[in-house]
Design a binder for this molecule. Sequence first.
Ligand SMILES: NC(=O)c1ccc[n+]([C@@H]2O[C@H](COP(=O)([O-])OP(=O)(O)OC[C@H]3O[C@@H](n4cnc5c(N)ncnc54)[C@H](O)[C@@H]3O)[C@@H](O)[C@H]2O)c1
Ligand SMILES: O=C(O)C[C@H](O)C(=O)O
Length: 294
Amino acid sequence: MDLTLLDKDRKSAWAHGLDIAHSTFHSTQSPVDQETADSFGAIQAVGSDGLDDLDPDLIVFTAAAPQPADATSADARDAELEANRSIVDSVAPALRSNRPVPVLVLSNPIDRITYRLWKQVGWSRKYFLGYSVSETARVAHRISEIQDVHPGTVYCPVMGEHGSEIVPIFSRLRIDGVATTLTDEQRSDVRRYAREIPFEIAKERGVSETSRWVTSAGVVRIIRKMMANDPSPTCLSTPLAGEYGFSDGCLSVPVVLTLDGVTDIIEWDLSADEKQRLKSAHETICTDIEVQNL
Ligand SMILES: NC(=O)c1ccc[n+]([C@@H]2O[C@H](COP(=O)([O-])OP(=O)(O)OC[C@H]3O[C@@H](n4cnc5c(N)ncnc54)[C@H](O)[C@@H]3O)[C@@H](O)[C@H]2O)c1
Ligand SMILES: O=C(O)C[C@H](O)C(=O)O
């Protein structure tokens, strides 16, 4: 797989690109034979006008304005909306001239930005995916602490907003494959942890960076899943047209993925509490879509 980093700051793309290229040496126990080495693909960097010469099969959209210096509270993602929406509007025409391919959106606030990008680019909704699975990792981490188990054994998908109105689906919680129940207090604790921990981390780390470790690992996981045609669903934010009773907006829901985007949106049976929380998350996002004219 070849990788191109496109950035208006071409030097930054070059620097990250070369660092990634160096890192590939450590993959799959390099050094390897020539045949395996060839499968690593090329890594290159281009500036803003570079899309014309590319024919990407998948776009990971991370363009964003610098984080404000006070971006350490739970509304930091929302504070990015105005600037990142302008970026979406400025790059959408170039994207539109590409053939339709899946776009994995990282730029915050992802539910609004994914929606805006979808509207501006105009391709089928099946190509637009907002990345929200860092929340799944954080939820698993907190549950593992509460239950004193390894986080890798925890399965608890997360729907809803990538923000305050996240909806961990506790009714589907499995530990080592076994259905497990948490108390109401433990559930509140898990939600609070997922809402607050990224910003507690940001306070100590500084806001000039974002949570790159969990995020890059999660992005690679999603891309691998798409390439493998893995039929098990992943919760990502995608435009809705009737699923879960929502006729518009963008919200994390379980989707089945291939390199042709979303092939199916799965409608799980949710508990009454989960349905209520999902409705509230949807209302919050739709209010923004209306008020901000997204
Ligand atoms: N969804 C998640 O879980 C998650 C996780 C981490 C970061 N994020 C979000 O992803 C975004 C990027 O974060 P980051 O740490 O990579 O930020 P960053 O500042 O390191 O990178 C953003 C890049 O976008 C480039 N850019 C700005 N406008 C552009 C344009 N018009 N065309 C091309 N490139 C442009 C900038 O030059 C910059 O290099 C932020 O909105 C952040 O909040 C989301
Ligand atoms: O960069 C961050 O910490 C915010 C991002 O939305 C995330 O959830 O990781």
